[in-house]
Design a protein around this ligand. Structure first.
Ligand code: NAP
Length: 514
C-alpha cells in the first residue's frame, strides 16, 4: 500500500489552514482537523508519501528506540506490531495505513516543496510559495520535523572523495556494500544501528568515533502469538501495555532534570553492555564515555559492541584531519583507504533551514528573530511576530526518554483549541504576547540549568552555538500536556475582523479577547 497521490491536481489558491509536512505531526494534524470539522486544509510534503523521518531514514537497521506501543497515535492503535521495538518499515507502513484509513489523503499534495512563507499584514494571510505555485492560507501549521535536514560534517576534502558518499538519512540502496572497504563517520543513534548491519556485508569497516555514546541493552523481542491475539481482541490489554510503558518512561525524568546520579543503575547496565560485547580491554576503554550518562541521548543496542569487536572492524578515535580522493586521514597522520563513506553525522537541529524562509510581520525572518537568543517559542508552538503560525515540534519540545508522538498530540490539541477559540471569538489573528513568550522561555532555561544535558560534561545537538538547550523539554510529558490542554487566549495579542482577503487591514488590538 502506498499513500502517494498523483500530482496532476493543481494546488488550491486559497485554504483556511496549510500544513507543512506529512510525518507524524502533519498526518496527525490533518486527521484531527477533519475530525473537528476544520476540513478546509491542505497538507504539502516534498516527499512522495506520508512518513517524514520514517519515510526518509531507510538505512539498514533503522528502528525506533521507543517501544512500539507508545510510538503510535493514541487514536490509531496498531494491534499488529510484530515486536516490542518496531523497525522503520513497520512504522512507515503503519503511517501509510493510518493515512489511507483516515480518509484525509485527498487533501495531501506530495512532491511539493515549500520555498517561502510570508505574512501579508494587509490581508492577514500567509503567502506560501511552493515549487508548484502560491497558496494563500489564514493559518499555517508546520510539522516539518526537528530531524529532517541532514547535516554534513565540515571536513576538509569531503567533496574531493572519489568513492561513494552518502548521509545516513539519504541511504543509497543502489550501492552494493558487499566486499567493500567502508568508513562510517559518527557514533550516534543512527550509526549504532548501521554499524552492525554494514559490518555483516563489508570486507573492512572503519568506525570514526569522535565521542563515545552510552549504549544500554535493547530489550527487544518479537511479540508472542498470545500477546498479538490479545492486542487484536482485547484492546484494553494493549492499552495497559501502553500505559505501563508510558509511566515507566516518565520515571526516568528526574534522572535527567533533577539529579543525574539517579541514573547510576543505567550507567552500570551500559558498562556491563560494553564488557559483554567487547573482549579487548583497549577497545573497551576507547568506547567508554567520559561524561555523565544522559548528557547525550542514551542509545540502546545489543549488537553494536559485538560488531566493533569483530576483526575486520576498526574503531578510529583520532580526529579526522581530512578526506582525500581515496580515503580518510586522521590527525596522527594515518591514512585509511575506503571505497565508500557513510556520513552518520546527524541533522540541523538548532538552526532550522526553513527558519530562513519564514517571514513574519515586517518581513522579519524566523532566523532573524532567533539569531540573538536562539530558537524560542511560546509553549514550543507559537512565536511573537508570526501571527497564525503554529509549529509542531518547535523549540524545547524534544524528548530523550519518551515518545515524540505524545508531544505531537499535545500540540495538536492546543492548536485545535486555538482554532476553536478563533472561531468562537471571531478572531482574525492570534500571536503570543512577547512577554508571555519571554517568561515561558526564562522558565524553561531556568529549569535547564540543572539538567544533565547542560551539566553532564558533553557537547550535543541539544545545545545551540550559545550553549543554550533550545531543543529539549525539561519536565514531564504529562506536565507539557496539561500546560497545552487549553488555548490560553489571555497570553495572546489578537486581531478581529471579517476573514476576507479584500477586507483591508485588520483592526489591531493590543488587548486580548478573553
Ligand atoms: P547524532 O546523534 O547527532 O550523531 C552524530 C554523530 O556524528 C555523533 O557521534 C557526532 O560526534 C558525529 N559527528 C558529527 N560531526 C562530526 C565530525 N565532523 N567528525 C566526526 N564525527 C562527527 O545523529 P544521529 O545518529 O543521526 O541521531 C540524531 C537523532 O535522531 C537522535 O539523537 C535521535 O533523536 C534520532 N534518531 C533516533 C533513532 C532511534 O530511535 N533509534 C535512530 C536514529 C536517530 P559527537 O558526539 O562528538 O558530536
Amino acid at each position: 500500500m502506498t499513500s502517494t497521490r498523483p500530482q496532476a491536481t493543481p494546488l488550491p489558491e486559497r485554504v483556511r489552514t496549510l500544513v507543512v509536512g506529512a510525518g507524524f505531526a502533519g498526518l496527525g494534524t490533518a486527521i484531527k482537523l477533519e475530525e473537528s470539522g476544520f476540513s478546509d486544509f491542505l497538507v504539502v510534503d516534498k516527499g512522495a508519501t506520508v512518513g517524514g523521518t520514517w519515510r526518509d531514514n531507510t538505512y539498514p537497521g533503522a528502528a525506533c528506540d521507543v517501544p512500539s506501543q507508545l510510538y503510535s497515535f493514541s487514536f490509531a492503535p496498531n494491534a499488529g506490531w510484530s515486536r516490542s521495538f518496531s523497525a522503520q518499515p513497520e512504522i512507515h507502513a503503519y503511517l501509510e495505513r493510518t493515512a489511507e484509513q483516515s480518509g484525509v489523503l485527498d487533501r495531501f499534495r506530495f512532491g511539493v516543496t515549500v520555498e517561502d512563507l510570508a505574512w501579508d499584514e494587509e490581508d492577514s494571510l500567509w503567502h506560501v510559495t511552493t515549487d508548484h505555485g502560491v497558496v494563500l492560507a489564514d493559518i499555517v501549521i508546520t510539522g516539518s520535523g526537528g530531524l529532517s535536514e541532514p547535516k554534513l560534517p565540515a571536513i576538509v576534502g569531503l567533496d574531493s572523495f572519489r568513492g561513494e558518499v552518502f548521509h545516513s538519512a539519504r541511504w543509497n540502496h543502489a550501492y552494493d556494500l558487499s566486499g567493500k572497504r567502508v568508513a562510517v563517520i559518527g557514533t550516534g543513534a543512527s550509526s549504532i544501528q548501521i554499524v552492525p548491519e554494514v559490518a555483516r556485508q563489508v570486507a573492512h569497516l572503519d568506525v570514526y568515533q569522535r565521542t563515545a555514546p552510552w549504549v544500554m541493552p535493547r530489550k527487544d523481542r518479537p511479540y508472542r502469538a498470545v500477546e498479538r491475539l490479545a492486542f487484536r481482541f482485547l484492546p484494553f490489554v494493549q492499552k495497559a501495555y501502553r500505559t505501563g510503558i508510558y509511566w515507566g518512561r516518565e520515571c526516568f525524568v528526574p534522572a535527567f532534570v533533577v539529579n543525574p546520579h539517579l541514573a547510576a543503575p543505567a550507567k552500570k547496565l551500559a558498562l556491563k553492555n560494553i564488557e559483554r560485547g567487547i573482549s579487548d580491554p583497549e577497545l573497551r576503554a576507547a568506547v567508554t564515555p567520559d561524561y555523565q550518562i544522559g548528557c547525550k541521548r542514551i542509545l540502546i543496542s545489543n549488537d553494536y559492541y559485538p560488531a566493533l569487536d569483530k576483526d575486520h572492524v576498526t574503531v578510529v578515535t583520532d580526529g579526522i584531519a581530512e578526506i582525500t580522493p581515496t580515503g580518510i586521514v586522521t590527525q596522527d597522520g594515518a591514512a585509511r583507504e575506503v571505497d565508500a563513506i557513510v556520513v552518520a553525522t546527524g541533522f540541523h537541529t538548532t538552526e532550522l533551514p526553513l527558519a530562513e524562509h519564514i517571514k513574519g510581520r515586517d518581513g522579519r525572518t524566523l532566523a532573524d528573530a532567533w539569531r540573538e537568543e536562539g530558537m524560542t517559542a511560546y509553549k514550543g508552538t507559537t512565536i511573537s511576530g508570526f501571527p497564525n503560525l503554529f509549529q509542531i515540534v518547535g523549540p524545547n519540545t524534544g524528548l530523550g526518554h519518551s515518545s515524540m508522538v505524545f508531544i505531537i498530540e499535545s500540540q495538536i490539541a492546543y492548536i485545535l483549541s486555538a482554532l476553536q477559540k478563533m472561531g468562537s471569538h471571531e478572531l482574525l489573528t492570534v500571536e503570543p504576547k512577547p512577554e508571555a513568550q519571554q517568561s515561558w522561555n526564562m522558565d524553561v532555561q531556568r529549569r535547564m540549568q540543572r539538567t544533565v544535558w547542560n551539566t553532564g560534561g558533553c557537547a550535543s545537538w541539544y545545545l545551540d552555538d550559545h550553549g543554550r538547550n533550545t531543543t529539549l523539554w525539561p519536565r514531564t510529558t504529562f506536565k507539557f500536556r496539561s500546560l497545552l490542554s487549553d488555548f490560553d487566549l489571555d497570553q495572546y495579542v489578537v486581531t478581529t475582523g471579517p476573514r476576507n482577503i479584500t477586507s483591508g487591514p485588520a483592526t489591531r488590538t493590543k488587548e486580548n479577547a478573553a
